[in-house]
Design a protein around this ligand. Sequence first.
Ligand SMILES: NC(=O)c1ccc[n+]([C@@H]2O[C@H](COP(=O)([O-])OP(=O)(O)OC[C@H]3O[C@@H](n4cnc5c(N)ncnc54)[C@H](OP(=O)(O)O)[C@@H]3O)[C@@H](O)[C@H]2O)c1
Length: 345
Amino acid sequence: MIRAGIINVTGYAGMELARLLKFHPDVDLVGVTGRSASGTELETFLPHLDGMNQLIKDEGEIENPDVIFSALPHKASAEACIGYLNQGVKVVDISADFRLDSLKEYESWYVEHPAPEYMDQAVYGLTELNRDKVSVSRLVANPGCYPTGALLGLAPLVSETMITKDVIVDSKSGVSGAGRSLGLNVHFSEANEDVSAYGLQGHRHLPEIEQGLAELNSSVDWAVTFTPHLIPMTRGILSTIYTHPLDSALPMNDGGQKQLTDLFKEFYRDEPFIRVTDAPPHTKQVAGSNMTQIHPTLDVRSGKIVVVTAIDNLVKGAAGQAIQNMNVMLDIKETQGLMGLALFP
Ligand SMILES: NC(=O)c1ccc[n+]([C@@H]2O[C@H](COP(=O)([O-])OP(=O)(O)OC[C@H]3O[C@@H](n4cnc5c(N)ncnc54)[C@H](OP(=O)(O)O)[C@@H]3O)[C@@H](O)[C@H]2O)c1
């Protein structure tokens, strides 16, 4: 059995890790930490995690783990990972601390990096696109929730250079994407029956999307407009991606639509967690599951390609993909513990 620990089980991503790991047949959860609830039984603090039989500990108290998941906010996360990395423990970091290749870029969007010496060792864990590197890594930077939906929707087009450099990613997120900490924007009376855009001058996930596109295809100087929206639902991200096909890349007719669908189906043919759908996906179809649903379509009248993706921000966008990465890192079957279906309606 793999001995796994969760740093910070008290936040949304950490508690989702605990929920999913309970049914992972190869994992023994040997410790969970949480600043605000240290010394409390996990199921007392979080009653939905019934039967976990875990006492919430202080950071650093997880004994002899083989793998650590960190679900802390950035900066605190890297700080908490250093000790485990120094001991040779494998780490999957759900925060943004190790996602960007460039220290300068990280520090321009976040804060001074607390562990820059480990940046070179980190592998960006968008599993479907980076599986080989993840399999030999000791530190995986789990992708951001928005970049997961955006990059998976763009990868087939970008890898094949089917589109021009201008890309628009219009994403809608449920409020759990903002975490459990209290804030005016997530008050029920303010978030309910309301929709708003934010981050118009540059959201922290933008450099991650740009970096991911450049890794897929560095021959194009990608120009991404990314507009996130907060909408009144609990979980899920729906991203609608608008691109222009290169001249003659696709005929603007039913044949072009078939070529586009076939391209996506072929690209993701062997992927257990990606479904290319014939109808636009709903976030409810993936809620609680590790699936990404992708619907590529041709807008024949305007000559554009529109791709719609749906993920659960807490599963494929966080805890589920983290477990997928752990499975790949530790040479466990990739789907192990992750085949639960969505909760619908
Ligand atoms: N929510 C998502 O959809 C999502 C998706 C992908 C990635 N992530 C990433 O996952 C991480 C956790 O996000 P989340 O949404 O789960 O956050 P969250 O629900 O707000 O939980 C964060 C918790 O971290 C603890 N904390 C805050 N500052 C700390 C510090 N300096 N030292 C120690 N503990 C601290 C607090 O718990 P205590 O009250 O116990 O101290 C806080 O409640 C973040 O890095 C986030 O970017 C989140």
